[in-house]
Write a protein that binds this ligand. Structure first.
Ligand SMILES: [Zn+2]
Length: 194
């Protein structure tokens, strides 16, 4: 993904064995729920402050007024279909059995749809058409909000620098995983004609 950050969907090993398809994206950064220690506006140490009944890390400088809210980041995830197969990707550094959806963070100035297609092109070199929004899912473990699309892709796969590889899984063999983007996979599979 473009800005080097990535959402995670990391089922524990026993679930990977159960589902057959392990989907994971290891976040190279610590969880974002941790508040910063210093004010990003004026560099003073932040201190706890009650804000509407919730403790927030806030700047002691009244004139600065910074409060860390730690709002979840939007992440796009794509159920990318090509020739009746779903394309799953594996990040550099992941165990060889781990694959997940094409995903990435929304960048400033783009719509979720634009961001989804950008990530698809960056990760797999493919062109895409978004067929529909599958759903919006909380991923509280990562303090992220997943915006999941179904995408039809065309072109020749060129694996991007942030990926160790990809694989094609026939739609009939795709199995959801129990958290994160797996919820979108589950909903999408349930919507398919049997
Ligand atoms: Zn400050």
């Amino acid at each position: 993904m473009g800005n080097g950050r990535r959402s995670i969907v990391s089922p524990p090993p026993n679930l990977q064995r159960l589902t057959g398809i392990a989907a994971t994206a290891v976040h190279p950064y610590p969880p974002r729920m941790k508040a910063p220690r210093f004010c990003p506006q004026c560099a003073q140490p932040l201190s706890p402050r009650d804000d509407g009944g919730k403790p927030r890390a806030a700047c002691p400088d009244k004139a600065c007024g910074f409060v860390h809210y730690g709002n979840p980041l939007p992440v796009m995830a794509g159920i990318v279909e090509m020739d009746d197969h779903i394309l799953l990707v594996r990040n550099v550094g992941w165990p060889e059995t781990w694959f997940g959806l094409v995903s990435g963070f929304l960048e400033a100035g783009e719509t979720p749809q634009e961001g989804m297609l950008r990530e698809l092109h960056e990760e797999l070199g493919l062109q895409g058409t978004i067929t529909r929004l599958v759903g919006v899912y909380p991923f509280t473990e990562r303090n992220e909000l997943i915006i999941a699309f179904h995408v039809r892709a065309t072109g020749e796969v060129v694996v991007g620098a942030e990926l160790a590889g990809y694989k094609r899984v026939h739609k009939a063999k795709l199995r959801p995983w129990p958290m994160g983007t797996g919820l979108a996979v589950s909903d999408w599979l349930a919507s398919q004609p049997s």
